[in-house]
Design a protein around this ligand. Structure first.
Ligand code: NI
Length: 226
């Protein structure tokens, strides 16, 4: 064989080897790159829920803050409060938040007997559907006490929570904020009450902090109905 031909063959084989090695390397690293991509682009979802309202000033303050941040939350309202402040419910509805039932008088449902159990829920649904034109499909039973037996008849789906900072026993918004941000993870349902100024302030700081970490706030139906 001629010297230059040999040299060409040698060069060709070398290029081929480098190419094969690079392809192999790219193939090996594919799952790693796919994982990094999904981490960067698919947001971690989380739900903020507020019980016991509406309270005219605090709930409005909260709604303003959520609107500024483009966040949708879920409100489990007490029927008698909704009746007293229908305009707050209207804003809540127009802003796209989920509105759920939290009984009419904030009763522990399993303690009141079947008739009252159903009445507390129906009265609240009636008030809410009169204001928004929509009947709630979710209930957060006060104290988490529920009886599955009536679920189908009432056509309501109970929603509990996965993170409870016990905001009612925090004397500062920092306390509520810390308890939430240090424990929260993807798909959590956070329980707060919009009747405390500390919780309203904390909720907005929680949103700012978790949005910066790539969380997306959704209503509970999006987490539960999939
Ligand atoms: Ni409650």
């Amino acid at each position: 064989m001629e010297k230059s031909r040999k040299w060409k063959l040698f060069l060709g084989a070398g290029i081929l080897a480098v190419y094969a090695f690079a392809s192999l390397l790219a193939f090996w690293r594919m799952p790693e790159r796919a994982a990094a991509w999904s981490e960067d682009t698919v947001p971690k979802r989380i739900a903020l829920t507020f019980d016991d309202g509406p309270y005219p000033n605090l709930t409005r303050q909260l709604l303003d803050g959520l609107r500024e941040r483009g966040v949708k939350a879920s409100f489990f309202v007490v029927g008698e409060n909704a009746k007293a402040y229908p305009d707050v419910i209207e804003t809540m509805y127009e802003d796209g938040h989920l509105i759920g039932n939290h009984t009419y008088h904030h009763v522990q449902l399993t303690e009141v007997g079947e008739e009252k159990f159903k009445e507390e829920i129906r009265m609240t649904n009636a008030v809410l559907s009169e204001i928004t034109g929509e009947t709630p499909t979710f209930i957060r039973p006060p104290y988490g006490s529920w009886n599955k037996k009536y679920e189908e008849e009432l056509n309501l789906f109970p929603v509990l929570w996965t993170v409870d900072p016990l905001d009612w026993c925090c004397n500062s918004s920092q306390c509520v904020y810390q308890r939430v941000v240090t424990t929260v993870k993807e798909n959590d349902i956070i329980l707060l009450h919009d009747c405390y100024e500390t919780s309203v302030t904390a909720a907005l700081s929680i949103v700012d902090s978790l949005q910066a970490q790539g969380y997306e706030f959704v209503t509970v139906d999006e987490l539960l109905l999939e």
